[in-house]
Design a protein around this ligand. Structure first.
Ligand code: F6P
Length: 349
């Protein structure tokens, strides 16, 4: 079989591990050929690709980023996009497309499948906000990176008796903030799912100081926001941007800086902000992510050979299963609030 691969959306540790798994498992188990399209759906639109063979992929397991490149190109926003995709796939004689991406990239895969493209999806995002899979690869690495950062911020915050706000990624969902906040012993964890009350945040920080804890690390997701009212307005003005991608997502960032300055203004505690940003997306994947990426890659090849097109491989109850692509993209998987309310809460403040 001739497999086509692409990686789309934000990059993520473990993408190369999936590419390696698809190419080598495809070759060893089925004698498949593989062609990699460059820069996500853009490479299929423009018919830019490269041959992938086991030799070329042999050392990719620990390598961050994606050797295929990526983009946030939406073929449905391009003139004759879907027709051009189909034409490339036919020209390259690709019999199954393995599409590695998050909600946007897989959303395109789903629409293309309904137009006849033989597609298998692999779930990717550091944000862990894809439905139908318990976890996406890349998330574990991002949480570890954020936890390491919180550990470091904690010692400098303590030395200087400061509040340090740490802004982490998480557009719709507070998975990274919550897991890293728990692992790093944060004083506050603020997530997109629960709009926060600035007065309550400050009151808790003041009570913490009164107990003799003269420093705090506050973890906030980039998508978190204050409750509606004057604070929400002020935060909106401070973080406003009109930059959007082809899928209509605005560029986030800046809520951490707003929060740090408000904490300092209201409590008088010296405050700083660290925005982790793309540090969370770069570098070598953890062992967990390497194994999950490899399991997903092997399973995607098997799904292609079974003709299970229009599905995505997923992790459920420890096993790799196939789910309809649609079930992954209909709504983002938001935080399990019991993690915040039951597990994190006793240690906050
Ligand atoms: O991949 C998802 C994500 O990490 C979001 O959390 C974040 O808002 C976005 O990517 C940033 O993307 P870009 O690399 O385009 O700035």
């Amino acid at each position: 079989m001739r497999l086509g691969l692409l990686t789309g959306g934000g990059d993520c540790p473990g993408l190369n591990a999936v590419i390696r798994a698809v190419v080598i498992a495809g070759h060893v188990v089925h004698r498949d050929d593989a062609v990699g399209f460059l820069d996500g759906w853009r490479g299929v639109l423009e018919d830019r690709c490269t041959t992938l063979d086991p030799d070329r992929c042999a050392d990719l397991l620990p390598v961050g980023g994606t050797v295929l490149g990526t983009s946030r190109t939406n073929p449905f926003a391009e003139p004759e996009g879907p027709e051009r995709l189909m034409a490339t796939v036919e020209r390259r004689k690709v019999e199954a497309m393995i599409v590695i991406g998050g909600e946007d990239t897989l959303g395109v895969a789903h629409r293309m499948h309904s137009m006849g493209l033989p597609v298998v999806g692999v779930p990717k995002t550091i944000d862990n906000d894809l439905s139908a899979t318990e976890v996406t690869f890349g998330f574990d690495t991002a949480v570890q990176t954020a936890t390491d950062a919180i550990d470091r911020l904690r010692t400098t915050a303590e030395s200087h008796h400061r509040v340090i706000v740490c802004e982490v990624m998480g557009r719709h969902a507070g998975w990274i903030a919550t897991q890293a906040g728990i692992a790093g012993g944060a004083a506050e964890i603020l997530v997109p799912e629960v709009p926060f009350d600035m007065d309550q945040v400050c009151e808790r920080l003041v009570r913490r100081h009164e107990r003799g804890r003269f420093f705090s690390v506050v973890v906030i997701s980039e998508g978190a926001f204050p409750l509606s009212g004057p604070d929400a307005e002020s935060a909106r003005r401070a973080t406003a941007t009109d930059s959007t991608d082809q899928f209509g997502h605005v560029r986030l960032g800046g809520i951490g800086a707003w929060l740090a300055s408000e904490i300092e203004r209201r409590t008088g505690y010296e405050s700083r902000v660290t925005t982790l940003g793309h540090v969370q997306r770069g570098g070598t994947p953890t062992a967990f992510d390497r194994v999950l990426a490899t399991r997903f890659g092997v399973a995607a090849v098997a799904a292609a050979h079974d003709g299970a097109f229009g599905t995505m491989v997923a992790l459920q109850a420890g096993a790799i299963v196939r789910v309809p692509l649609e079930s992954a993209i209909t709504a983002p998987k938001t935080l399990d609030l019991s993690l915040l309310e039951d597990v994190a809460a006793p240690f906050l403040g």
